[in-house]
Design a binder for this molecule. Structure first.
Ligand code: NAP
Ligand code: ZN
Length: 347
């Protein structure tokens, strides 16, 4: 066991404070990672506030982890000391069910995926995430960060990047396809970059035009404010695919009207309250409303390699650990451009 410094939420809705947590001894197939950077995902905030239901406290959030391997277990074959690596939203799963075998570990039907934090590992111990100095992870749940990607802008790819890459690929974003990204926050701005790199015609649907210049710079072809009712008249029947990254409940009926016939609205946002859906919004036009959760380990590696090849990292605001609480407030106010990343040397 190793004691490491961390930032933790002591109880639901309480501010984060500095503490220490224990990391398990490096096992046969484990790697010890010196964490360099950890992104702040809106999911960290939902869980720290118990917005998704009962959570485990103290909680060390953080599932956008970039660092360097500093020790490997005797059975480790994929990584060596000094390798640049990342860890995303899961640190384990059953390894055996149909989904795990198919590389969809995030949908493990055996034990369920073990979350990087706010979960219990196989020994029944709580897991603690990336707002800390070091973490011990089974090598099968670790990915390699390509040399061309700096670790600070790579960290957010481990959740925000894969969460957009996976549905964009699954629903065929590419040349000739009109794709809308709903919400221009941490996930949304990655969606703009990745959909553009895949060759799609990209539209941002944001609450206002405040971030329009940035959106166009990051690769969007069009940018519209959803606060303007004219947007819904102008864009009716336009998109092959809409990916919603919105963290709050939304009128999905209005957005389904923006799809072409047989278009798909893939939702990745995880609001704390249910939404109302009029099923007639799907019937006319044969539309699909779908969901997607992060991506598997092999797909996460594919995404990192794709991002490195296209020079894609996150747009980040690097902060010290003492600024995490303030950063949470800014994320809640849609005032993030576009991902806060913690320099873990400040912990
Ligand atoms: P974020 O940085 O806060 O971005 C969310 C964006 O949604 C905001 O920037 C804002 O964009 C828009 N928005 C917020 N409140 C809104 C409202 N009331 N009405 C309309 N638009 C609103 O959050 P994030 O880290 O990207 O995460 C987004 C959501 O995805 C969260 O719920 C998170 O838990 C979830 N998530 C899901 C997965 C998954 O695997 N499915 C993975 C990671 C995160 P504009 O300012 O442009 O309007
Ligand atoms: Zn996340």
């Amino acid at each position: 066991m190793t004691t490491v410094a961390a930032y933790a939420v002591p109880a639901a809705k309480a501010p984060l404070e500095r503490t220490t947590v224990e990391r398990r001894a490096v096992g046969e197939h484990d790697v010890l990672i010196d964490i360099k950077f950890a992104g702040i995902c809106h999911s960290d905030i939902h869980q720290a506030r118990e917005g998704w239901g009962e959570a485990i406290f103290p909680m060390v959030p953080g599932h956008e982890i970039a660092g360097v391997v500093s020790e490997v277990g005797p059975g480790v074959t994929r990584y060596r000391v000094g390798d640049r690596v990342g860890v995303g939203c899961m640190v384990d799963s059953c390894h055996e069910c149909e989904n795990c075998r198919a590389g969809r570990e995030q949908y493990c039907t055996g034990s369920g995926m073990v979350g990087t934090y706010n979960a219990l590992d196989k020994n029944g111990e709580p897991t603690y995430g990336g707002y800390s100095e070091k973490i011990v992870v089974d090598e099968n749940y670790v990915v390699r960060i390509p040399d061309g990607l700096a670790l600070d802008v790579a960290a957010p790819l481990l959740c925000a990047g894969i969460t957009l890459y996976s549905p964009l690929k699954r629903w065929g974003a590419g040349p000739g396809k009109k794709v809308a990204v709903l919400g221009m926050g941490g996930l949304g701005h990655m969606g703009v970059k990745i959909a553009h790199a895949l060759g799609a015609e990209v539209t941002v649907l944001s609450q206002s035009l405040r971030k329009k210049d940035d959106g166009l710079k990051l690769g969007a072809d069009h940018y519209h404010a959803t606060s303007d009712p004219k947007t819904f008249e102008e864009l009716r029947g336009t998109f092959d695919l809409i990916v919603s990254t919105v963290s709050a409940p939304l009128d999905f009926n209005a957005y389904l009207s923006l799809l072409k016939t047989e278009g798909t609205l893939a939702n990745v946002g995880a609001p704390e309250e249910p939404v109302a859906l009029n099923l007639f919004s799907l019937l006319g036009g044969g539309k699909t409303l779908a969901g997607s959760m992060i991506g598997g380990i092999a797909e996460t590696q594919e995404m990192l390699d794709f991002c490195a090849a296209h020079g894609i990292g996150a747009e980040i605001e690097l902060i010290g650990a003492a600024e995490i609480n303030e950063a949470y407030e800014r994320v809640l106010n849609s005032d993030v451009r576009y991902r806060f990343v913690i320099d873990t040397a400040t912990i």
